[in-house]
Design a protein around this ligand. Structure first.
Ligand code: RRO
Length: 349
């Protein structure tokens, strides 16, 4: 169903205005990576046609079993996970999952993570040209892989990694960043400089639950990543800080379970949101938020979500002062074309 087929305000967004083809979605609500599998588990219980897109579980170059169990534990107002990226690997994903993606009623954004620059380039190239795959989310921020620090905790690594992803694919590239840093702004600007067309903020926060009986970490992987309502104020703050200093769209993630939660992110400068942990409690949360947004826009006589987000973004940027004060010299101007890679021969089969 196209947006025009639905009466009322337009929810359409373009999450890659700097990309030659853009990343035009019918709604600004997506299902977050790791919470909807590869789309197959949810297509019969969620009206995916109402959503902007789904973001797949992160795919790595080779198959992974994931971390030892238990992999999740409830925490106050949230949950801690140490899933450890179980996935069929690039070739397995293309073979087993791409036929499913082609049939889904909403577009698919493939989340990827590799080990080094060459690996990121080759992995991204695997997902070029697949039917209904409209973008890549480079997961620079998985908290649960032992011995490998996140790729988004220093600006130089962030920029190089995003550049490597962009070199492998002509699709729009979204960089998903870690909140586990002192100041996210230089990292976000580095991702933008590397060619990211949009940013996803935030991945989970590092945490740990100790079992008082065994006196050992509860999760099989030791520590984990904290998500859910507990992290929402942190995520809103990250979006607010970053949206003022980059020119690319920011996608807000973190504890979104209601339309009001989503609106917080839009007023903080997000152009879209992803729903994650709330899906485990109520699989149709994202769909309900789409309906809720449409009702709110109608009640406020706003013609589109774009009208709301554009106004919010200019307000928060005005509070940050003139462009020269909010970003370093040499930053791109809004809407300037972003570099995209020449697609190399896929090496995943
Ligand atoms: O699989 C995981 O353990 C995991 C990933 Br890839 C991620 O990006 N964030 C998270 O909290 N867990």
């Amino acid at each position: 169903m196209t947006d025009a087929a639905v009466s009322g305000p337009s929810l359409a967004v373009d999450l890659a205005p700097g990309h030659p083809r853009g990343l035009r979605l019918r709604a600004p609500v997506l299902m977050a990576s790791g919470t909807c599998g590869f789309g197959d588990e949810y297509r019969d219980i969620v009206n995916l046609a109402a959503l902007g897109a789904i973001v797949t579980k992160t795919v790595t170059p080779e198959p992974r079993e994931g971390n030892p169990t238990p992999r999740t534990v409830e925490t106050p107002a949230g949950m801690l996970n140490s899933i450890g990226l179980p996935n069929p690997g690039a070739a397995g994903a293309v073979r087993q999952k791409a036929p499913i993606w082609a049939e889904l009623p909403c577009p698919v954004i493939v989340s990827i993570a590799a080990h080094d620059d060459g690996g990121w380039t080759r992995l991204a190239a695997c997902f070029e040209g697949l039917p209904n795959v409209v973008g890549i989310e480079a997961n620079l921020s998985c908290p649960n892989v032992s011995g490998r620090p996140s790729f988004s905790t220093d600006p130089a690594t962030t920029e190089a990694t995003v550049r490597a992803v962009c070199a492998g694919v002509s699709l729009p590239v979204i960089a998903k960043l870690s909140p586990n840093v002192t100041d996210l702004r230089p990292i976000a600007r580095a991702a933008e400089a590397g060619g990211a067309h949009a940013l996803s903020l935030i991945n989970t926060l590092l945490g740990m639950v100790i079992d008082p009986v065994t006196a050992r970490p509860f999760l099989g992987g030791g520590g984990g990543g904290l998500s859910g309502p507990a992290i929402r104020p942190i995520a809103v703050r990250c979006v607010y800080d970053v949206a003022r200093v980059v020119d690319i769209p920011v996608i807000g993630i973190g504890g979104i379970a209601s339309t009001d939660d989503a609106l917080q992110f839009f007023h903080a400068g997000a152009s879209a949101v992803q729903v994650g942990t709330a899906t485990f409690r109520e699989p149709r949360t994202a769909e309900r938020i789409v309906d809720g947004l449409r009702r709110r826009l109608t009640a406020r006589a706003l013609p589109s979500i774009h009208a709301l987000t554009t106004h919010a973004l200019s307000s928060i940027r005005a509070r940050a002062g003139p462009p020269a004060a909010r970003r370093p010299a040499g930053g791109r101007r809004n809407g300037a074309p972003r570099p995209c890679g020449t697609v190399s021969t896929p090496r995943c089969t």
